[in-house]
Design a binder for this molecule. Structure first.
Ligand SMILES: Nc1nc2c(ncn2[C@@H]2O[C@H](COP(=O)(O)OP(=O)(O)O)[C@@H](O)[C@H]2O)c(=O)[nH]1
Ligand SMILES: [Mg+2]
Length: 700
């Protein structure tokens, strides 16, 4: 029988930080130290349990979230190892919905890099407890105290070391536990329990700081502390727990994951001070039948079952794996669950626990735990599972809007089909990667978090699916509209032996408000045109709007009213009236002072306060309309602006260079607005290119 852990004895934690700081190595070291694996695998040899995907091994870096569990002092620890590349921060955001704590690694050799800051920002958005692990203490230039000062200056939080290094760089020989006054040496034969003389003062200083901070969590404790009385070990523990839970301060630890130093201490800290799943007293969801009604679930085995799929991975052997955080109740193999988002009942065919690539079948799982399901048809990231007769719907994961767009061009239909299949698989695994065909620009456009993400995906699928395609800057989906009222008249008459063709239409057109689309109406009196021909006129009017008068873009936001005409008893037909409607509308559009429209995006730009000036100057050159600037957090400002989509296609690179890589932005389509006249040539040129390409395709 598998061991079942009640929520109290579970810790769910995610390992985050910049790329290359040792996250995957730390996961390996944790599993090794706790006896789950017999050998320490390494990134260099490509044999870690967490980076097992072919591509991860080849690139020597994590690309997808991995799950492992271990046991330490009777507590089950579930670890999620996420990629550090900021473009893949969707993985971190997903993982954060499943855990109650974060181990944030900073490398002592590279310090607070831009990627580190970016991931920290995401981690900080979640209010769950965190600790910082200063890893790679064995590397040259490692300076724990300078890093500590940098952290305080940049992140503007209170950081308190729970352990400090004994030596650093080549001389790094272990870590010293400030709470229990105990060293942990790399050299396992070194049994000394003494405080090394050269760190004695530092230990005293930080111990005082820690005890004071712990005491501050509780009025009684702080009174005792200020009166000079020694706090008991239990009181210190209680104080630390409360402060960590409320984010009053952030513990700082140090390690060398590579030689497993500082790992058992880290595990102790996780078990003692990090919260269990009960950090969340209950989860709130909606009643799917009555969305205005809130339902609550507690993390108890006897509550109705509910779970949340926070990640999907396609494994070459196991197929689709769905990562599920069990939110309430319990679930046995073979039980039926209801996928609320897909309105589908499914029988659970596998419950796996995982140690990275190695999975093991379980019979049962209960609230607070994290497991994998495999090959469950309907399950997708963001879905809520619940007991069929006790349904609940949890909120979806909030991903930032995309900021990078790229158009895909392939020369033949066959690779087109394969591209669609490949993109579908990718978007299942990574919801921040989306794609859609644009009818106006005749392009398949991928939207994602950044260029690095797109390159990772494209390189991978080109190789895996043996396909080739070209990537380009997307075109702008311009539209056309009219600016005044106008009249249109057309008589379609043809006599070519036998049956002739006849239809005459008078109509007028008028501009509508933005986004009102197309409206057709008729005011034909006295049967000037029989009613049964009216739909044909409307069809003609719609067709006329497909290609506008200026550059051939679709015409929108206009009302067409057919008000008069003539017909012929024998020669009139639907076809004749469609043609008359089409040309009458076209003539009216030409007379109605047509204009070009361009898509405008709503953009959120997150930048350092010091960069605001240069960001605003740049927005001026992009025809941006700034709506406001607000404080986002201690160090970052948020600029809200409307910017034409066409100006945003190069913004990723521009913002990077203005802010030296620190700024980021999100954008979403907002509305269409008039294109300034001096931009017309651009739109016309694009239309010509599209036409040429269409013709070339036809002649293929
Ligand atoms: N010297 C040293 N190297 C480390 C340590 N931890 C990890 N590394 C190395 O740093 C590189 C990146 O490690 P990895 O675990 O892939 O980092 P991740 O990208 O954060 O998951 C690898 O070459 C590891 O062997 C450490 O504590 N000391
Ligand atoms: Mg990694």
């Amino acid at each position: 029988m598998d061991k079942i852990y009640s929520a109290e004895f579970i810790r769910n934690t995610v390992i985050s930080g910049a790329p290359n700081v040792g996250k995957t190595t730390l996961a390996e070291a944790i599993l090794f130290t706790s006896g789950k694996i017999q050998h320490m695998g390494s990134i260099e040899k490509g044999n870690t349990v967490m980076d097992f995907d072919e591509e991860e091994i080849k690139r020597k870096m994590s690309i997808k979230t991995s799950l492992a569990h271990t046991e330490w002092k009777d507590t089950k620890i579930n670890i999620l190892d996420v990629p550090g590349i900021p473009d893949l921060s969707g993985e971190l955001r997903s993982a954060l919905t499943a855990v109650e704590s974060i181990i944030f690694i900073i490398s002592a050799s590279s310090g607070i890099s831009i990627d580190c800051e970016k991931n920290w920002t995401v981690a900080e958005e979640s209010k769950i407890p965190k600790l910082i692990l200063v890893n790679k203490m064995d590397t040259e230039n490692a300076d724990f105290y300078k890093l500590l000062a940098d952290m305080e200056a940049k992140f503007k939080k209170i950081f308190i070391p729970f352990a400090i290094p004994i030596g650093s760089g080549k001389d790094f020989s272990g870590i010293f536990d400030i709470i229990h006054l105990k060293p942990f040496y790399i050299d396992k034969n070194n049994k000394s329990e003494e405080i090394p003389a050269n760190i004695k003062d530092t230990v005293t200083k930080y111990r005082e700081k820690l005890f004071e901070a712990a005491a501050e969590s509780d009025d009684k404790l702080i009174e005792k502390y200020l009166n000079g009385a020694e706090l008991t070990a239990e009181e210190v523990d209680k104080g630390i727990k409360a402060s960590v839970k409320n984010n009053k301060f952030i513990p700082v630890l140090c390690s060398s994951a590579l030689n497993t130093t500082g790992i058992s201490f880290l595990l102790d800290i996780i078990c003692t001070y990090f919260p269990s799943p009960l950090f969340y007293e209950e989860f709130e969801g909606k009643d799917p039948a009555h969305p205005e009604q809130i339902i609550k679930r507690k993390q108890k085995a006897d509550e109705p079952f509910s779970g949340f799929i926070f990640k999907t991975r396609i494994d070459p052997f196991a197929g689709k794996l769905s990562f599920c955080r069990i939110k309430s109740g319990s679930l046995s193999l073979g039980a039926e669950v209801y996928n609320v988002n897909k309105s589908k009942k499914e029988k659970i065919s596998h419950i796996y626990s995982a140690i990275g690539k190695n999975t093991k079948e379980n019979q049962q799982v209960t609230a607070g735990d994290i497991v994998l399901f495999s090959k469950q048809d309907s399950f997708e990231t963001g879905d809520t599972l619940s007991a069929p007769d006790k349904q609940i719907l949890y909120d979806k994961i909030k991903f930032p809007s995309p900021s990078y767009f790229v158009a895909i061009h392939s020369s033949d239909r066959k690779s087109g089909d394969k591209i669609a299949e490949a993109f579908h698989q990718v978007s299942l695994e990574d919801p921040t990667f989306t794609y859609a065909y644009n009818d106006i620009t005749k392009e398949l456009v991928v939207s994602c978090a950044g260029e690095i993400q797109s390159r990772l995906v494209f390189d991978n699928i080109k190789e895996r699916y043996k396909i080739s395609f070209e990537t380009r800057t997307p075109r702008v989906a311009y539209k056309e509209t009219i600016t005044t009222k106008a009249e249109g008249h057309y008589k379609h008459k043809k006599q070519s032996g036998g049956h002739g063709q006849y239809g005459e239409v008078y109509l007028r057109i008028e501009p509508l408000k933005r986004n009102e689309g197309f409206i057709f109406d008729e005011e034909i009196f006295g049967g000037a045109i029989p009613k049964n021909y009216i739909p044909a006129i409307e069809k003609g009017a719609i067709e006329a709007c497909l290609t506008g008068a200026i550059a051939g873009y679709p015409v929108v936001d206009l009302k067409v009213v057919a008000y008069d005409g003539t017909y012929h008893v024998v020669d009139s037909s639907d076809m004749s009236f469609k043609i008359a409607g089409l040309f009458a509308t076209k003539l009216a559009i030409e007379a109605a002072k047509p204009a070009l429209l361009e898509p405008i995006t709503k953009v959120k730009i997150f930048v350092d306060e010091n960069d605001i000036g240069s960001v605003m100057n740049d927005l001026n050159t992009r025809r941006g309309k700034v709506l406001g600037i607000e404080k986002f957090n201690e160090t970052t400002s948020l600029v809200n602006a409307f910017i034409p989509y066409g100006e945003m296609l190069t913004y990723s690179a521009a913002l990077n260079s203005i802010t030296k890589g620190k700024g980021r932005f999100e954008m979403e389509f907002s509305h269409y607005d008039f294109l300034p006249f001096n931009e017309y040539d651009k739109a016309k040129k694009q239309a010509e290119e599209m036409k040429k390409e269409e013709e070339a395709k036809k002649n293929q």
